[in-house]
Design a protein around this ligand. Sequence first.
Ligand code: TYD
Ligand code: MG
Length: 463
Amino acid sequence: MARRPSSYVCQSCGAVSAKWAGRCESCGEWNSIVEEQTGGGIGGGPGRAARSKGRVIPLVGLTGDAKEAARIRTEVPELDRVTGGGFVRGSALLVGGDPGIGKSTLLIQAAAQLASLGHKTVYISGEEAVGQVRLRAERLGLAEAPVSLAAETSVEDILATLESDTAPALLILDSVQTLWTDKVESPPGTVTQVRASAQAMVRYAKKNGTTMVLVGHVTKDGQIAGPRVVEHMVDAVLYFEGDGAHQYRILRSVKNRFGATDEIGVFEMTGKGLVEVPNPSALFLGDRNSSAPGAAVFAGLEGSRPLLIEIQALVAQSSLGTPRRAVIGWDSARLSMILAVLEARCGVRFSQHDVYLNVAGGLKINEPGADLAVAAALISSLSGLALPANCVYFGEVSLSGAIRPVAQAQSRLKEAEKLGFDQAYCPEGNLKDSTSSFRTTGLAELGDFVAKLSVEAGTSGES
Ligand code: TYD
Ligand code: MG
């Protein structure tokens, strides 16, 4: 029998090469190249069926009938917010997250919710036995929900089962890495298998108008394991994040063909499963010690939602030749930049000091708008004087020391007002859309800000 053609596929990035190598030329990963059988099967694409001539497809213009995508709302507002207003029928979603973070819990809760609302829901577990899933459902008080459950990993069996009945409204596959199809010969979990299986399932979902949720594992550097192609195949990619030390979990959309990205939903993991957090700012501000120096409240934005977050800095005399800089929850390069701007433009020296920066609550922020709050926390800690307790900060600092406006100042201020703050330092460019009840101070330069802070510290010190 003629040998099936094989190729060498990097299990990290999915790059294909003709021969084996110790290191992938495409992504630089060591020892990630595995020989895989190619050709044929679901992953092989429709081109293999010998067809001499293509069919003529009609080409249409951009204007015409375009109905708003039909959605199934879960009535879990935090989940509906992240998906952009509910699951779109016939769409495929990929939910990634660390092991044990609560992906299966979230999805069984969503499945039970939709099933109780009268939608046909199928949950296929490839990792846990039926008994385990039942046990969890029972613990969550969801055992009565009419969810159809199976423990299965074979794509052919799953498809045959689904096709033997009316198509479900929601199909959950936990996880995509456990799926395998006998149309390709690579072992389960390999790039070729994951790609072929996901493709077959996505095709089923699109054809039958089923919303399909695939659960994906993440690698140690936080990427969804397996080929990037799965991310391209699906309509939305959601990450479920959080850390072991904290109870709350964040569902974040990083790609969404039917809604905004960067939208977040906040949940809390409790003994009774995941519970929505309707007012996350209150959670992240928690029990704040507002009289301690080095803490500044940042009025941030996650997706379309304003969020107040406490930024904590500790500036301490260093005994080392090269002082330490440690950051948790923010970009360390960005911290170096703020320190450099403070030194070069405002004459505030940190070269003899260790600097530690922490975003309270274990949250990760990557918005440049936090620059001003970070600068405020740093100066407060360096001077040993606490910032006013009822004040929020936001603004992007440029290398020249200028403070640049940020998006949606109005909603940031509203959120701050809602939580009892009445004072804000913000970019001058954002002043025109500020509300009157707020004492907003517009800033053009970081230097002005440092001067204002020292004046305030002086007056409060005297009183
Ligand atoms: P799980 O959904 O199995 O995580 P994943 O599918 O992402 O691997 O969640 C497992 C964790 O959640 C486990 O450490 C226990 C915790 N948990 C609770 O705290 N409360 C609960 O009600 C449930 C079901 C799980
Ligand atoms: Mg799981």
